[in-house]
Design a protein around this ligand. Structure first.
Ligand code: ATP
Length: 354
């Protein structure tokens, strides 16, 4: 197992900066997600941890040892690329044994290790089958088997479930997480899928344009987004943003939007200027008693809940409400916001005001 510390890591490709001044810590045994949109620098970060790309500056510590400029072969790490990268002409056993054979491990020991891995992954019954004819799920398991058989300190995975359809993806995500819980090896996992990150991760780093927007547990990131980018990227539908202008004192618990008073969590610092009132759809209720009003412009039925889209004086609002509650397009209703869950943002910097 391994603790990984990233300090001021930077990667330039010519005059383009792919990763700028990243710092974070991955605890021993953690399932750690690097999350962000395409091109934000997550793969480059992972490749630097693996030793497949050398940092322009900054340090990478694995168990206290600085390895930033060391080649991949000198870091005890297994990189799981696309899980389908198997040798199709070999059977399952040979695919899984391959890393040990190339290390020159004695045959009897290899047999034992492969048997153990097959048991962990539940693929004993297909061990002598050629991988060419296997289902997608079994191939994923074999690819994983090949990564875990070396018993590395750490696993690095780059969108391993990217090629799978939705239903299957969810099942493999659960299996991967369960496997991690059994083995306990530190895992760094790249994804652009916020649901996957929330579902599997102990900790998440959210990246954007090469920089870290936020680092924390899934709950921290969902409930206390540090920036509008994070609030928008995590959650579906994403957080509602209502723009307004105001002047707030430290200790304030209310804001004024379109002549109505709305609650906010206690503000620590004063703020004056353009702000954004951020509230998640599940924290919006339709209530006749509420003074802040919006017109229903669309409803989307989702089974147990529905998403109601409303036009409010400060922008569009989506509310996730029970599907048996009546909301008719064209009617004007009161909007009640759960103030304890609200995040205020500085509209200019996009950062949360706390
Ligand atoms: P994706 O999910 O699309 O792979 P990502 O967040 O993993 O996105 P990276 O692959 O890390 O992003 O790439 C970050 C940026 O760096 C991109 O703009 C990419 O074009 C650029 N980049 C990556 N590798 C190189 C390279 N070898 N030379 C030049 N630019 C590169």
């Amino acid at each position: 197992m391994a603790e990984i510390v990233i300090h001021n890591l930077r990667k330039d490709f010519g005059d383009f900066t792919a990763v700028r001044s990243s710092s974070f810590k991955i605890a021993d045994g953690e399932f750690f997600m690097l999350l962000g949109p395409s091109g934000c620098g997550k793969t480059t970060t992972l490749r630097m941890i693996a030793g497949l790309e050398l940092p322009t500056s900054g340090e990478i510590f694995i168990d206290g040892e600085e390895v930033g400029q060391k080649p991949a072969s000198q870091r005890d790490i297994a990189f799981v690329f696309q899980m389908f990268a198997l040798y199709p002409h070999m059977n399952v056993r040979k695919n899984i044994s391959y890393p040990l054979v190339s290390q020159g491990m004695p045959r009897a020991e290899i047999r034992e290790k492969v048997a153990e891995v097959a048991r962990i992954l539940g693929i004993e019954s297909i061990i002598d089958r050629p991988v060419g004819g296997l289902s997608g799920g079994d191939r994923q398991r074999v690819a994983l088997g090949r990564a875990i058989v070396r018993n590395p300190k750490c696993f690095l995975m780059d969108e391993p479930l990217g090629a799978l359809d939705a239903e299957f993806r969810e099942r493999m995500a659960e299996e991967l997480r369960a496997l991690h819980d059994r083995m306990g090896a530190t895992t760094v996992y790249v994804t652009h899928d916020q649901l996957e990150a929330m579902q599997m991760g102990d900790k998440i780093v959210v990246m954007n344009h090469g920089a870290i927007e936020q680092f924390g547990t899934p709950r921290d990131i969902y409930d206390k987004p540090a920036t509008m980018f994070v609030a928008d990227f995590i959650g579906s539908p994403s957080m509602n943003f209502l723009k307004f202008h105001g002047s707030l004192e430290a200790g304030a618990t209310e804001v004024r939007l379109h002549h109505q008073t709305l609650g906010v969590p206690v503000l620590r610092e004063p703020f004056d200027g353009d702000m954004v009132y951020g509230v998640r759809p599940e924290h919006v209720r339709l209530s006749d008693a509420a003074g802040y009003r919006g017109e229903v412009i669309a409803t989307e039925y989702l089974g147990t809940t529905q998403i109601v889209t409303l036009k409010s004086p400060n922008g569009e609002v989506k509310a996730r409400i029970a599907s048996d509650q009546v909301a008719r397009v064209g009617e004007t209703v009161g909007l009640d916001f759960n103030s304890a869950t609200v995040t205020l943002f500085d509209d200019q910097s996009g950062r949360a005001i706390r």
